[in-house]
Write a protein that binds this ligand. Sequence first.
Ligand code: UDP
Ligand code: MG
Length: 319
Amino acid sequence: MTTPDAPALSVVVPAYNEQEVLPELHRRLAAALADIGIPWEVVYVNDGSRDATLSVMLGIQAQDPRAAVVNLSRNFGKEIALTAGLDHARATEAVVVIDADLQDPPEVIPALVATWREGFDVVYAQRNTREGETWLKKATAAGFYRVMQRIGGKVQLPPDTGDFRLMSRRAIDALLQLREQHRFMKGLFAWIGFPSKAVRYDRAPRAAGETKWNYWKLWNFSLEGITSFTVAPLKVATYVGFAIAVLATIYLAFIVGRTLLQGNPVAGYPSLLAVVLFLGGVQMMMLGIIGEYLGRIFNETKQRPLYFTERYLPSRSPE
Ligand code: UDP
Ligand code: MG
C-alpha cells in the first residue's frame, strides 16, 4: 500500500463501538506524535460498530488529513480488524498498533519510537500494573500466560503484553504473510521473531464505553491461543492412553495372580463401571480436542478472504 507521499509511521486503531473515546484518542495521538520528527498517519478501522463510530471517524478524517478510515463490511473481531488496519497502513518505516479505548496510553509511543531507532524491529509495550481490572481477570490472565509459557516451546509469548506495540516495516511485511483465519495475534507477533525489546508502562482503566470481553470470550480466546499455537493437546491422548494401558496391564497381572492363588470370588461390578465410565470420559475429551483442531482445519481450508472493506479513505499528505 505504500505510495510516493507515504508517511514514515502508521498508527493502526481497531475500533468497535468506540464513539465516545475516538475524538479524545485522536487529540492525544496527535499530541504524542507531534515531536517524533517523522510524518505519520492514523489508520482507524471501524469493525462494524453499531453506534456512530464510523461518522466520528469520518469527521476526524475530514478535519485531519493525517487520518485514514477503513470501514469493514461487518464486525469481524479485533484480530481481523487489526489485520485490515495493517493491510492499509501506508507507512514506509514502522507501524504502531494501539487499542481505541485509551487503555494503551498514546504518550508511550515516543518511547516505542526511540527504542525502534536503537535498532529493534519489534518494540512491545509491557504493562506494569492492571489498574481497574478485577483480581479474577488478573489471575486468569496470569494463569493463561503460565500455561502458554509451558507449552510454547521455541515461540515464547512475553507476559503482560497486549497488542500495543511498534513494528518495523519488514516485521509487518512478515506478519502480513500469515493469512490464517484463526488469528491469535499475540502468537503471530511472537512467531515472526526479529530483534525485540520491551518498554514498560502503566495500563490505565478504559476511558469510556464498555469492554467487549467476558469470561466466556476469554475462555474461547485462550482455546484459540492454545490450538492455533501448539498441537500439544493432541499429544495428551497419547500419554493418557499409554498411562492407562500400563495401569491396566499391572491390574490385569494382579487379577490373574490373585485368581491363581485364591480362586475366583465374584466381585468387582462397581470397579468395572468406574473404569468404563472413566475411559468413556477420557475418550470423549480427546475427541473434543481433535474436534477443536478439525474445526480450525475446516475453516482454514475454505481459504476465504479475511474481511471485506466497505470503504477506504486514505490519509492525505498535509499541504
Ligand atoms: N475491537 C474491535 N472489534 C471487536 C472487539 C473489539 O475492533 O469485535 C477493538 C476495540 O474497539 C478496542 C480493542 O479492540 O479498540 C480492544 O477491545 P477491548 O477494549 O474491548 O478489549 P480489552 O482491552 O478488554 O482486551
Ligand atoms: Mg480495552
